[in-house]
Design a protein around this ligand. Sequence first.
Ligand code: ADP
Ligand code: MG
Length: 478
Amino acid sequence: MELGRYLRVARHRLWMIIACPILAALSAGIVSFALPPVYEAHAALLVLPSNLGTSDPNVIPLTPDQILRTYALLLTQRKLLDEVIADLRLKTRPDDLAKRIKATPQPNTTILDIAVDDTNPALARNIANDLVDKLIGELKDIQTSHLQVPNSRLSDVLVPVSPAVVPDRPVSPTKALNISIAFGAGLLLAVGLAYLLERLDQSIKTNEDLTERLGLLPVGHIGYVLAGKGNRGELITLDAHSHASEAYRALRTSLLFSAIDRELKEIVVTSAEVGEGKSRTAANLAIVLAQAGHWTLLIDADFRRPAQHRMFARIRNVGLSNLILQDAAESEAIATVESVPNLCVLTSGPTPPNPSELLGSGRMRELMARLRTSFSYVIVDTPPVNAVTDASILSASANGTILVVEHGQTSFPALERAKQMLDRVGAHTIGVVMNKVRASSGSYAYDYGYYAASPDGHARPGRRPSSKSEAPTSSSGT
Ligand SMILES: Nc1ncnc2c1ncn2[C@@H]1O[C@H](COP(=O)(O)OP(=O)(O)O)[C@@H](O)[C@H]1O
Ligand SMILES: [Mg+2]
């Protein structure tokens, strides 16, 4: 993944990368503030070992470190702890108290640092001082009861050089540190998770996904726009001034550019799966072509899930199936659309039992040949390529097919399969319309209203195309 892709992933999952560390820091903060503060009192004990400087052969030479560690260990012995607990009337068990005592020999000295933790600073001080007193008392007891034993170790001297004082600041919880660590850990986790999810995510989100991985050309980006109210809500280009209309006009321009050197009359609109937006794209593309003055016919060739009659608020009692079977006149089945001059719609008609057979028949080919000569553009709405063969059959004889991809939803394997099916029948795939692009997805710098594709096939932000500046079409409106 190159830098641009890393940044895109970060933008795409920005909410996660922001929310995770904040949540982690917040939790750490709450826990840190809820925990009682712990204070640590320190006392220093100077140990004067009796054998220092002596050459008595009876004395086992111990290093100062060994001597200090011995006294450190004595400090947490049960007998001493019991005495301290009784003395200070502590409500704690000796084992628990032992865990709160740290006796550390100071390097290169014979000083023992005794630290005691407690939530009560005065009590921490009292325990530390009492421990020192009890240790000195204990040593004296040993010395008097073992006077007759010739062991100079018993004449060590312990001097409390620095008694403990009441600590003024708690040592834990270290709120700032805990919060920073939690924030850092949350951030690392979020970034790791974002890239992991990205690796597992097979959905198509960027132009590079199309061009580099599948060799498909992006020809348009349609933003996510909820259908309007009323029975023509899907026809969002009826409001020619909307942002969405602008995106369909940019798609129209791209298609006209792509056909600059060849004839493009019949455009099959299909996609890999259901619900990606074929019908809405076909309808709105037909409207913007008609709005530009091209005599356009929209055909609903999806017998499985016909949609155009619904989108244009019609009934489909007479339509494509009747024309193929030649049991209705074209003038009866093809109807103009009021409020959109230059646009005609041919609904699916009654659903036949054998749609693929009907669409692959010689009569269908003849009908399409006739319609191509009568109209400047024929837009064909179809079922999904991966589900049934209908779209492949229609694409094989059309001179242009566009694939609709649902942004962040259509998967690579699905689109790849659709592309292979179309390639196999020799379809001329013009490119891909990325549909339902959400502005928050962070995948494009899309002000989708101002997207156009360059003739070299790379979509880039362009100026709003005016109908006058569009590429010339191969035929004029009739
Ligand atoms: N650009 C879009 N923004 C939001 N919703 C969309 C968009 N395009 C299509 N839809 C919605 O997706 C659903 C499927 O659309 P449709 O055109 O019927 O898909 P298909 O013909 O591929 O099955 C419909 O509810 C439609 O309103
Ligand atoms: Mg449909």
